[in-house]
Write a protein that binds this ligand. Structure first.
Ligand code: GLA
Length: 385
């Protein structure tokens, strides 16, 4: 982290905060449903130290403008810099919860592709919460850090995201996916490591920020569906509590779009359970089919895919080496996630690239990722800052 030494003096702690993948369970988290994410070996590294200046001083190695500083206060305004808002949002939330934040310096950079659906924003938020906890000794649990980070994104940044990304980045374990119940926040790890299978991300390189997208609109549509069903089923609090039968009974009372959104969420929740059963049975073919079904739902019913993502999924349909593929994350751009037999991976990438180029004249970018440890402190002696 040369970024730290060229901007600040001091002896920083180093925090590694990973991006996340999600195998299945998309747009279910804010509907209090189930998700199956994992943290990966693409991460942000933050070098952080206390300063005695009463200021927060921030430096980004990869983004422009690269520097931002502000005095400490109880009420921050938006900074006008996307990356700085994630950090200041976390500071604001910590302060709201009564944790005392003092002046600090932070320089960060890494290899989580930005806006690609790997949640670089959650990695940054979680890394800051973890780093401030280390510096100022709040003794927060990882769950508390995840909640504060999500809150920062909801209230300060203005994206009404669920808790999946922040939770996954902070709770990841090597070689394991986690099935998270987004209502109770109970979670269970499932081994997800095979010698002959790799996780391949194909990046459309189409970028749309969630704030500027239809993300919040989808949330409201789900909420509208819940309100309608609740009238006759008062026990229903979220789509998590709704069955397809119940939804069908109310079809006439809601517009077609709301119905489609709700149907997708109900089916996707079921797919997460089915996918976990497929994992227990070591049936990766069944798992892959569920991924394709998930994509179809996101494309046709939830309508958060885009032409480029659909092309990347279509490109895999005749490839024997690919078990399953789907768009990943909020949508409207970013990556697809694919399960691929290792010995065919090069051939699959070549074919996907040719197919994609023929249809779009552009090239996708490929990332083979491994599931690895969640947010952690690194040994500073082994890294040159
Ligand atoms: C984004 C949000 C998550 C989740 C996904 C869709 O990544 O941050 O909370 O809603 O979209 O599954």
């Amino acid at each position: 982290m040369a970024g730290y030494t060229s901007n600040f003096t001091g002896n920083p702690i180093l925090i590694c905060s990973p991006g996340r993948i999600n195998l299945i369970g998309e747009h279910t988290d804010y509907n209090m449903g189930f998700v199956l994410p994992a943290s990966v070996d693409k991460a942000i590294v933050l070098a952080m130290s206390k300063n005695s200046s009463g200021k927060i001083r921030l430096h980004s190695t990869d983004m422009q403008p690269s520097y931002f500083e502000t005095e400490l206060t109880d009420n921050y305004s938006k900074t006008g810099i996307d990356w700085a808002d994630y950090i200041i949002g976390v500071v604001q939330e910590l302060q709201k919860e009564g944790y005392k934040v003092e002046g600090f310096d932070c320089s960060f950079g890494g290899d989580v592709p930005i806006g690609a659906g790997l949640s670089s924003s959650a990695a940054l938020e979680g890394g800051i919460a973890f780093g401030l906890d280390e510096l100022f000794n709040y003794k927060l649990s990882r769950l508390e850090m995840a909640k504060i980070s999500q809150q920062a994104e909801n209230t300060f940044v203005g994206v009404k995201c669920g808790i999946m990304d922040q939770f996954a980045s902070l709770h990841g374990e090597n070689g394991k996916v986690m099935k998270l119940d987004c209502r109770s926040l109970a979670y269970e790890y499932y081994p997800f490591i095979w010698e002959d299978i790799k996780v391949l991300l194909c990046d459309t390189k189409v970028r749309r920020t969630l704030a500027g997208s239809e993300y919040n609109v989808r949330r409201n549509q789900c909420e509208t569906g819940v309100q309608i069903i609740k009238k006759t089923n008062p026990e229903v609090e979220s789509l998590r509590d709704v069955s397809m039968e119940m939804l069908n009974d109310h079809e006439d009372e809601m517009d077609e779009i709301v119905f489609k959104r709700c149907a997708y969420v109900i089916n996707e929740n079921k797919r997460v359970h089915d996918a976990c059963n497929a994992l227990i049975a070591h049936d990766l073919k069944a798992f892959g089919n569920l991924m394709y079904q998930s994509h179809k739902g996101l494309q046709k019913n939830y309508e958060v895919s885009c032409k480029e993502l659909d092309i990347l999924v279509d490109a895999t349909k005749d490839l024997d080496g690919i078990l399953g593929a789907r768009m990943m994350g909020g949508g409207f751009g970013g990556c697809t996630i694919n399960l691929v037999y290792s010995d065919t991976i090069q051939d699959c990438m070549d074919r996907i690239k040719t197919y994609y180029n023929k249809k779009t004249s552009a090239y996708p970018e490929f990332h083979v990722v491994s599931i690895s440890k969640g947010t952690h402190k690194m040994d500073s002696n082994r890294i040159t800052v």
